[in-house]
Design a binder for this molecule. Sequence first.
Ligand code: 5GP
Length: 293
Amino acid sequence: FLKNKGLESTILVPNDFPKFLKWMPDAKKVVIAEYKRKKAGEAIYNANVIFCLDFNSAARIGILGDWLTKSWATKILIDHHQQPEDFDYIYSDVTIPATSQMVYHFIEALGEENLVDENVASCLYTGIMTDTGGFRFRSTSATTHRITANLIEKGANPTAISSDTWDTNSVSRLHLLSLVLARIEMVKDGKAAILYLKRDELKEFGYQKGDTEGFVNYGLSIAGAQVAVLFIEDLYQDFIKISFRSKDEVDVNQFARKHFNGGGHINAAGGRYDKTIEETIADFKEFIEEEEF
Ligand code: 5GP
């Protein structure tokens, strides 16, 4: 969109993004800071304006966070996570299911929907589709669908986009999934599902970034489950990465903040913990029993 507006721009991400998004228009031009530090640093140093999308705290974007904080550029936040930090301009709305929907609202507010071409439409469609879990999550609204309809009219192809994004399983990912599913444990009278993966297992199945995406949702698909949690041993360091998902009013953002150094949304949050996986799961079981739902 910025390119179509005649502006020079660089897309920066802190870490590599999952393989299933590599098909996206201009994905190859995205500067991944963990691989191209210098280029990423220069882009921030030279920027007049930095749009901060889909995160609301400098701590969430790795090495980019430090540079962002030091930069003189005007920082504009467009994001839907809870409890934003301070930015020069803040467009934060936790009731909107996808940051891509907010980007569309931003473009609408500029009155420049005419600059949304097929590529822009495909990217925004993908963002809305993935952030809403395929138009399923709670804050998916009539407005979300109206915008999606506009994007289809502007050239986004729902069949191709879903297939390019979701029909990308490798056999090893499915084997990893079968391992996780085979040992789901239910606690709290069947209201919480626990899934986990160990480092050695990730290695054995040739883990690649993005391979475990969506696994936690299987826990939530169990009848009666209100919470699902996936614990994964980090491949390189001694900590556990945690993904939480929940239904209705059960607030995993608060839960992750309180117990697991994390945060996110009411129904989708994450965190990290510095104990072994066995200790982490044992602590989770205690904490979840204390919650009322
Ligand atoms: P996921 O489980 O997909 O990694 O993350 C779910 C949501 O929680 C995402 O919106 C993500 O931004 C947020 N999230 C994941 N990990 C953390 C964390 O460690 N801290 C905070 N504040 N948010 C997180």
